[in-house]
Design a binder for this molecule. Structure first.
Ligand SMILES: [Zn+2]
Length: 260
C-alpha cells in the first residue's frame, strides 16, 4: 500500500514538473500580448484594437521606465483565474522564478486608448509605472508557503503594503500622486464596491485600497506600521510579530529611482 502511495506521489510530482517546464519554455517565445487577450479586447472592449500600434506604443513606453530589469517580460494576457474580471486594471507576478509580469487585457486596452490621447495628465502612465514597480517588488520577496489562516493573511497584507512602497520608490512618484492616479483610473470604477467592505473584511488576502493608502502615510515600512498591520490582522503571537518586523521593516533611506 505504501509503495503505491509513493509511486502516485512521484507521478504527481513529475506531472507538476512537466506542467511548470511546459509553461516556462512556452513563455520564452512570448510576445508582449497574447492572442486570447487580443481576441478578448476586440470582442469586449475595443473592436478597433490594432495590435501593431499597441506594440509600438508599449515598447516606447517601457523604454522610458528605467527601473525595469532588461530581462523582464511584460505580458498582457487573461489571468489564470478566468472568473476574475479581465477588463479591469490588474497585474500579477506570474510564476515564481520567472521574469514575467502579467497584466490583464484591460490594461492593454486602457493604454491603447491613451496612445490616441492628444492631451493627457499622464495618470495612467504613472499608475502603470507604479504597478510595475509593485509587481517587481513582489518578485524580490519570499512567498509564504506553510502559513494558514490569520498568519497567511497577515503576510499577504505586509507583502502588499511593502510592495506598494517599492512601487512608489521605483517609479519615483510621490504617494500623493499615486493616490491621485489610483482614484482617477481604478477607484472611481472599482473602489466603491471595495470601499463598502471597509477594512473589516480581515480574511481577504489583499487589504482594501482604502487601507493601503492609509498605510502610505508612514512613507515606508516602519516598525510601528508592521506592528499595526499585524494587530489589524488579529496576530497575537509575539514571536511571529518579531519575525515579521525582521523581514518587512524597511531600512531608512532606500534608494529612489525616477521613471521617465
Ligand atoms: Zn501585490
Amino acid at each position: 500500500m505504501r509503495d503505491i502511495v509513493m509511486i502516485l506521489l512521484i507521478l504527481i510530482l513529475i506531472a507538476l514538473l512537466c506542467i511548470y517546464l511546459h509553461i516556462s519554455l512556452s513563455w520564452h517565445s512570448i510576445d508582449i500580448i497574447s492572442l486570447d487577450a487580443e481576441e478578448f479586447i476586440r470582442k469586449e472592449l475595443d473592436p478597433a484594437f490594432d495590435t501593431e500600434r499597441f506594440r509600438i506604443y508599449i515598447n516606447k513606453l517601457l523604454k522610458r521606465i528605467d527601473f525595469l530589469d532588461e530581462n523582464s517580460v511584460i505580458f498582457f494576457t487573461p489571468f489564470y483565474d478566468r472568473k476574475k474580471n479581465q477588463s479591469s486594471l490588474n497585474a500579477h507576478t506570474g510564476l515564481p522564478g520567472q521574469k514575467v509580469i502579467i497584466f490583464t487585457p484591460g490594461w492593454a486596452a486602457r493604454l491603447y486608448r491613451e496612445s490616441f490621447a492628444e492631451k493627457s495628465d499622464g495618470a495612467i502612465i504613472d499608475l502603470f509605472a507604479f504597478v510595475l514597480g509593485h509587481e517587481m517588488t513582489h518578485k524580490e520577496q519570499r512567498r509564504p508557503i506553510f502559513l494558514f489562516g490569520r498568519k497567511r493573511t497577515c503576510v499577504g497584507w505586509l507583502r502588499e503594503i511593502s510592495s506598494d512602497f517599492g512601487g512608489i520608490r521605483k517609479s519615483g512618484l510621490s504617494a500623493k500622486r499615486v493616490k491621485f492616479c489610483l482614484e482617477k483610473e481604478i477607484l472611481d470604477i472599482e473602489g466603491r464596491r471595495q470601499r463598502r467592505y471597509g477594512t473589516k473584511t480581515m480574511l481577504r488576502p489583499h487589504p482594501t485600497w482604502e487601507y493601503r493608502m492609509k498605510c502610505w502615510k508612514a512613507k515606508r515600512m516602519t516598525k510601528e506600521l508592521v506592528e499595526q498591520i499585524c494587530r489589524d490582522c488579529g496576530i497575537t503571537d509575539r514571536r511571529f510579530l518579531e519575525k515579521m518586523k525582521r523581514i518587512y521593516v524597511d531600512k531608512p533611506g532606500a534608494p529612489m529611482k525616477k521613471a521617465g
